[in-house]
Design a protein around this ligand. Structure first.
Ligand code: HEC
Ligand code: HEC
Ligand code: HEC
Ligand code: HEC
Ligand code: HEC
Length: 261
């Protein structure tokens, strides 16, 4: 089940950015003021808008019917209460929801523990990164020390991830087919980034080790491709050199031939 959904998302992802369609939700809320209109502009900047996830995908309702758009009979859910947010977002982010629910944060939900929106925001959700772990976000409820430890546990691996992404991008630019290797990195990357939600430092350290060895294998493949490329460049260079040398010799021969005349 989870795999099927992940596959659907992977397919959506591969199809590239899907532009969100104009809906009655956007039309009517776009003309509202204050708390009713603000979500539209914020949502437009989000990773959700960029991936075609619109108002009704989160809030339910009928995006084609002006009058009945927000009818509960059409599946309209309204705005979720604080403690309902993990289930609300978790309809699509199943793995994250599982890890979160079992974590110290998830277990403290009823007594004010942080949920998805506290860290990611609601409408202007951006691509997630380690930068979300900072003093301002993480020292509201407890000391930053524990958060800093979490950040330290994952930052080395995060750095190698970004380095590999850059290298793959570089290979892609010179025309190498990088689909397969990108898929490998993508799957690993998502598993790794999910791990944060456990907020269990021991678990992160343990799994980071396993993940690092996966990254090492990907890096080895990239290095092999890069080596082949530079070999090809060297051979290309050699051929050019031979042609130049050949040309010079031919000229010398012609010159000495003319001189003899
Ligand atoms: C014709 C205008 C109109 C359309 C169309 C419309 N809305 Fe609304 N929406 C409003 C108004 C007005 C309110 C505030 C009053 C209310 O809650 O009924 C509101 C409230 C909301 C709220 C907040 C509810 C709460 O509990 O505070 C959400 C969420 C929402 N709309 C989402 C949507 C979505 C999703 C759609 C499309 C499926 C949609 N709206 C279509 C006018 C509209
Ligand atoms: C990624 C899911 C998501 C999408 C997409 C989304 N919302 Fe929301 N929206 C939420 C959540 C979660 C809340 C609850 C607010 C909170 O807890 O901060 C909310 C709250 C609201 C509210 C109540 C705001 C308030 O201050 O009372 C309105 C109105 C609303 N959304 C309208 C929209 C409209 C219009 C769109 C499309 C432009 C939209 N939402 C898209 C998740 C979403
Ligand atoms: C305490 C703050 C916090 C809470 C609560 C939280 N997140 Fe996150 N989330 C993060 C951080 C930090 C990252 C980035 C981790 C990294 O880059 O290694 C992240 C990453 C993600 C990602 C990207 C993972 C990937 O596959 O690339 C998604 C999706 C996500 N969170 C959704 C959610 C949802 C849904 C919830 C609620 C069930 C939630 N988050 C609760 C902080 C939080
Ligand atoms: C209707 C399905 C759906 C719902 C509901 C939903 N999302 Fe998403 N979310 C997506 C899709 C699709 C993407 C883009 C593909 C991806 O990166 O996974 C995405 C991307 C994200 C990302 C960026 C992941 C990354 O790679 O860095 C975060 C963070 C995130 N969502 C958090 C949330 C939060 C918080 C909520 C609830 C307020 C929420 N989502 C509700 C479908 C959904
Ligand atoms: C809204 C309040 C709140 C925010 C914001 C918050 N936390 Fe927490 N955190 C808690 C609560 C509650 C607990 C569980 C009780 C405890 O151990 O103090 C907890 C526990 C933890 C633990 C210990 C987990 C364990 O299993 O021992 C870590 C690590 C942690 N948080 C990291 C973070 C990081 C990183 C951030 C910022 C991205 C963050 N927290 C933001 C409330 C919060």
């Amino acid at each position: 089940m989870i795999r099927t959904l992940l596959l659907i998302f992977a397919l959506l992802f591969l199809c590239g950015p899907v532009l969100a369609e104009e809906t009655v939700c956007l039309q009517c809320h776009g003309g509202q003021e204050g708390r009713l209109g603000a979500p539209v502009g914020r949502w437009q900047t989000s990773v959700h808008a960029a991936n075609g996830i619109s108002c009704h995908d989160c809030h339910g309702g009928d995006p084609t019917d002006f009058a009945l758009a927000m009818d509960p009979g059409k599946g309209f859910l309204g705005a979720p209460a604080y403690t309902d947010v993990p289930a609300f977002c978790g309809r699509c982010h199943l793995g994250v929801r599982e890890d979160y629910a079992a974590s110290a944060h998830g277990m403290a939900l009823e007594s004010g523990g942080p949920q998805c929106v506290v860290c990611h925001g609601n409408h202007a959700v951006q691509k997630a990164s380690i930068d979300l772990i900072n003093e301002q976000n993480c020292s509201r409820c407890h000391s930053y020390e524990r958060a800093a430890e979490v950040r330290a546990a994952i930052s080395q691996t995060e750095a190698s991830l970004q380095q590999l992404e850059k290298q793959i991008e570089g290979l892609h630019r010179v025309g190498i087919d990088t689909e397969k290797i990108k898929g490998q990195l993508f799957a690993g990357r998502n598993d790794f980034r999910r791990l944060f939600h456990t907020v269990k430092i021991e678990k992160m350290k343990a799994e980071t080790a396993g993940f690092t060895s996966r990254l090492d294998k990907i890096e080895a493949q990239i290095v092999a491709i890069e080596d082949k490329l530079s070999q090809r460049k060297m051979i290309g260079g050699l051929v050019v050199l031979l042609l130049v040398v050949g040309g010079c010799i031919a000229m010398l021969i012609r010159k000495s031939y003319h001189e003899e005349e």
